[in-house]
Write a protein that binds this ligand. Structure first.
Ligand SMILES: Nc1ncnc2c1ncn2[C@@H]1O[C@H](COP(=O)(O)OP(=O)(O)OP(=O)(O)O)[C@@H](O)[C@H]1O
Ligand SMILES: [Mg+2]
Length: 388
């Protein structure tokens, strides 16, 4: 972090202006406190400041437009929006504009300083490193959890990078059951520990699967997920993406603002479907909704799970219905999946050479850009083969 960063604040509220400047004084020099939007824009253009704080409680649309314009001319600037409450619709619009964080007024001083510090620590606040791949379906039972688990395993296998399997089913996750693991450190703990979290604490707290990827999930009991807000999830992701190369997310089957938050931030959203009318209808709804949110075409990718070649609806039909190419298909093999779950194994462990395992591997290859046949021969490297 550099000595002291500079910031510009736009708010009609004099008290807010004073409080923010006073509270941030040790870390940010608020060079301009401005009440008028157009004057604010001119000043920001001229000064190329590190941080901009926008009070969005009045003139909401004008402020959002302003945020968009600032991000266009100065993408490296961290934008903070201030409002009296965290309205999910506003959050979503703000994040789509590229804002760094939302702050509530009256300020929670710890939240305010913590949020700004995180932005500054992350070399400009937008130091995104992890590729984020949420796996999603609105309907349950389509294969989201199974795909997320095996994808995380294969991405790690192909890349040997730091891979996290994140379960956002906070009410009750399935991953610990499927992999037969005892989870002691949960997303709730991470959210609580956020302020003091550093790399050592993070990696010593997270569960690491014997295959090498990390897991953040809830235990198998029912938890009170209502305590966790979209903003908590956003903070958690901001932290995690600084420490991981890939984050695969087992998403809940809903359009809650928590889910939308991660999908908005994602690099690719993997929409799961199967070949039956109710599931296809539901997947189409999801795809259309993401299109309405202006997600990039390449960002929405469709996977057909339990794929049967001979079916009334084949992949060509589905491509017509969804008006886009199918990204990948996964064969149907219920006995294999139940055997793997009963033994707490990934497919790589349960059926390494099997068809579905190869399909999962190819999917990981498509997402990472590393083709399975290019996979490094780690055994050879480790045993000195490359040196000899
Ligand atoms: N390709 C497949 N072939 C056969 N069975 C599968 C396949 N993928 C998943 N299954 C099985 O379908 C069931 C649902 O899978 P999974 O739990 O992964 O779906 P989900 O979308 O996460 O469901 P939930 O609504 O419980 O979150 C499980 O019993 C799983 O073993
Ligand atoms: Mg699931």
């Amino acid at each position: 972090m550099k000595e002291k960063s500079s910031g510009i604040l736009i708010s009609e509220n004099r008290k807010l202006r004073q409080e923010l400047a006073g509270e941030l004084m040790p870390i940010v020099d608020i060079t301009d406190r401005i009440s008028d939007i157009s004057k604010g824009y001119a000043t920001i253009r001229e000064k190329k400041t590190d941080l901009v704080f926008l009070d969005v409680s009045r003139q909401e649309n004008d402020i959002l437009n302003l945020a968009g314009r600032i991000k266009k001319i100065q993408p490296q600037t961290d934008l903070f929006m201030i409002n009296s409450r965290k309205d999910p619709d506003l959050l979503l619009r703000g994040f789509r504009m590229g804002i760094t964080d939302f702050l509530t007024y009256p300020f929670d001083n710890a939240e305010l300083a913590g949020s700004v510090r995180r932005a500054l620590d992350g070399s400009g606040g937008i130091s995104k490193s992890a590729d984020i791949f949420p796996v999603f379906s609105l309907k349950g039972g389509i294969g989201v959890t199974s795909t997320a688990i095996n994808l995380a395993d294969h991405i790690h296998d192909l890349t040997r990078d730091r891979v996290l399997l994140l379960d956002l089913n906070l009410f009750m996750g399935d991953i610990s059951g499927y992999l037969n693991i005892d989870i002691t450190y949960t997303p709730y703990d991470l959210i609580k520990d956020m302020e003091r979290m550093d790399e050592n604490l993070l990696f010593s707290s997270l569960f690491q699967h014997p295959n090498g990827f990390y897991i953040l999930t809830t235990p198998e009991e029912i938890s009170d997920s209502d305590q966790v807000t979209a903003n908590d999830i956003m903070h958690m992701l901001s932290l995690l993406e600084q420490h991981f190369d890939y984050i695969v997310i087992d998403c809940p089957h809903d359009f809650s603002d928590r889910t939308l938050e991660v999908c908005t931030r994602a690099d690719r959203v993997l929409v799961m479907t199967q070949q039956n009318i109710p599931t296809v209808k539901s997947a189409l709804k999801v795809i259309e909704f993401f299109r309405e949110l202006n997600f990039d075409k390449k960002k929405i990718q469709v996977i057909i799970n339990r794929y049967l070649k001979k079916n009334d609806m084949d992949d060509v039909d589905l491509e017509k219905i969804f008006r886009q190419k199918i990204f990948s298909t996964i064969d149907n093999n219920y006995p294999l999946f139940s055997m793997a779950a009963n033994q707490g194994k990934t497919l790589n462990q349960a059926d390494k050479k099997g068809k579905i395992n190869n399909e999962m591997k190819a999917l990981a290859g498509n997402l990472t850009g590393i083709k399975p046949h290019e996979e490094k021969d780690w055994k050879k490297i480790i045993s000195g083969g490359l040196l000899g």
